[in-house]
Structures are given as structure tokens and as C-alpha cells.
Write a protein that binds this ligand. Structure first.
Ligand SMILES: C[S@@+](CC[C@H](N)C(=O)[O-])C[C@H]1O[C@@H](n2cnc3c(N)ncnc32)[C@H](O)[C@@H]1O
Length: 252
């Protein structure tokens, strides 16, 4: 039984890593979100196949890394879950390597002084105890001129979408990362079972949606400049109706 957020995340992802990818509905939704994330990173980052050294922090199975790998020199995928990194090892490209992170120690002390041109962190900020501290840590792992790109779900995503597009008031979720059963799915087609979903909601998700101002504040604190925040069109993935974002800033 996990006693801390970190242990809960490690336990959950170690347990679920293998099961996830056996579920076709999960794979379908993961691929959908992965395309959004890879698109955002490829659009935001300056990537050179001969020189760019990338860190995919909280990489999970490395599905986003795999999309980015042909465009850069190397990618290190780092994660606290050995189960997820086991999946990463199965699908990795030759220029991808994996690294186990000890979540009890600041991440910036765990790369033997190596710094990166591009660091991205996809769909993981909502799991961190302190996204603020994590942003400062990731900033320390950047080379001068390097950039940090964070993707996650925007706060008030669904409500903001409804408001923005003037759609009729319906069932209103209380937060941007909104879990509900999709009407047209039968139970066996759902990407996550009720049981796994409940486990995720009550143990590993710490923050439901982020505002642009929060990301901007944390990136400034990390000494990063030229902040931008892009949102994607509404996406339905993992029993969740959301608006995802990509935040970016540079170490200059
Ligand atoms: C929803 S998955 C996203 C995986 C991947 N970035 C993607 O987009 O497919 C979240 C990942 O964050 C990892 N994680 C959670 N807390 C972490 C921490 N403190 N340091 C590193 N990884 C962490 C989990 O093990 C999990 O693999």
C-alpha cells in the first residue's frame, strides 16, 4: 500500500504499464493524445537530427519520444516507473535510451551533469506533488538557449470550450480533466475500466487542469523567458473530455 504520492504513482504505473497496452481502446486514445503532443513539440522546438539532445521527462512508454526521435540526435526517456520504462525499451528507436528516476531526489542531480537542448514533459504535470519545483528542476537541466515544453490539460478545458463556442449548457464538469463514461462506448470498449479509473482518480492525479498564468509563473521562477501557451482543439481521450495545452519557454 502506497504511503506517498510518489509511491502511489510508481505503484500504479508499474502495475498498469503492461495491461494498458493490451487494451485496444487504451492504445487508440494514447495514440490520439500522442499525436497532439508530438505535433506540439515538433512545432515548438528547434530540432536538428545531427545536434539536438532531448530529454523526455516522465516519458512513460516513450510513445511521444518515438515520434520525435527521427528529428533529433538523441533522446533520454526518464521516468520513476520501471514498468513503463520496460515498455519504452520494447519500442525504442536506436537513438533513444531510458533512465530510471529516483523520485525522492531532485531530478537535476541524476544526469551526471548532462544538459539538454530540448526538454519535454507530456501529460505528467498533473501527477507531480509540486509542478512548480519540477519546473525549476527541469530548467536546471537545460543548456543555455535550450527550451522546456510542457503539455497537459488546461483548467476549465471543457467548460471553456462550451463557453467559447456558445454550446448549450449540459452536464457541467467541475474541472478541466473531466472523467466520465462516454455514452457511445460499451464497457469493454472503454480505455480504462471503472476500477482502474477510480484508482487513478483517488491516488495519482493531484491537479485537475492548469492555467496559463501558473505555467508562466513557474517558468519565470525557473529563469526561463519568452513564454508561450498554445491550446489544442477539444479532445476526448481516456474517458476524459479536455482541452490540452503546450507551454514553452527558453533558457536565455
Ligand atoms: C500519463 S503518463 C505520461 C507518459 C508519457 N509522457 C506520455 O505522454 O505518453 C505519466 C508518467 O509520469 C510518470 N511520473 C509520475 N511522477 C513522476 C516523477 N515525479 N518523476 C518522473 N516521472 C513521473 C509516471 O510513471 C508515468 O509514466
Amino acid at each position: 500500500m502506497a504511503t506517498s504520492a510518489l509511491e502511489a504513482n510508481t505503484e500504479y504505473y508499474d502495475d498498469e504499464a503492461v495491461n494498458f497496452y493490451k487494451n485496444p481502446a487504451f492504445k487508440r486514445d494514447l495514440m490520439l493524445l500522442t499525436k497532439f503532443n508530438a505535433f506540439a513539440i515538433i512545432r515548438a522546438a528547434t530540432l536538428d537530427p545531427n545536434t539536438t539532445e532531448v530529454l523526455d521527462y516522465a516519458c512513460g512508454a516513450g510513445v511521444v519520444s518515438l515520434e520525435v526521435s527521427p528529428l533529433c540526435k538523441s533522446i533520454v526517456g526518464a521516468d520513476i516507473s520501471k514498468g513503463m520504462l520496460g515498455e519504452f525499451e520494447k519500442l525504442k528507436a536506436p537513438n533513444m535510451t531510458s533512465k530510471v528516476i529516483d523520485g525522492t531526489i531532485p531530478p537535476e542531480t541524476q544526469f551526471d551533469g548532462q544538459k539538454f537542448d530540448v526538454i519535454f514533459c507530456c501529460a505528467a504535470y498533473h501527477h507531480f506533488d509540486s509542478p512548480k519545483d519540477m519546473t525549476v528542476s527541469l530548467g536546471k537541466l537545460l543548456k543555455e538557449g535550450g527550451q522546456l515544453i510542457v503539455t497537459d490539460f488546461a483548467s476549465g478545458g471543457h467548460e471553456a470550450f462550451m463557453h467559447q463556442h456558445g454550446q448549450p449548457e449540459g452536464e457541467q464538469p467541475s474541472h478541466g480533466h473531466h472523467h466520465h463514461k462516454h455514452q457511445q462506448h460499451t464497457k469493454s470498449e472503454l480505455p480504462m475500466s471503472d476500477e482502474v479509473l477510480e484508482k487513478a482518480k483517488t491516488t495519482i492525479v493531484h491537479k485537475h487542469g492548469f492555467a496559463s498564468s501558473e505555467l508562466e509563473e513557474w517558468m519565470e521562477l525557473a529563469g526561463l523567458k519568452r513564454f508561450t501557451f498554445d491550446t489544442f482543439p477539444r479532445v476526448h481521450a481516456f474517458n476524459t473530455d479536455s482541452v490540452a495545452f503546450a507551454a514553452r519557454a527558453f533558457k536565455v
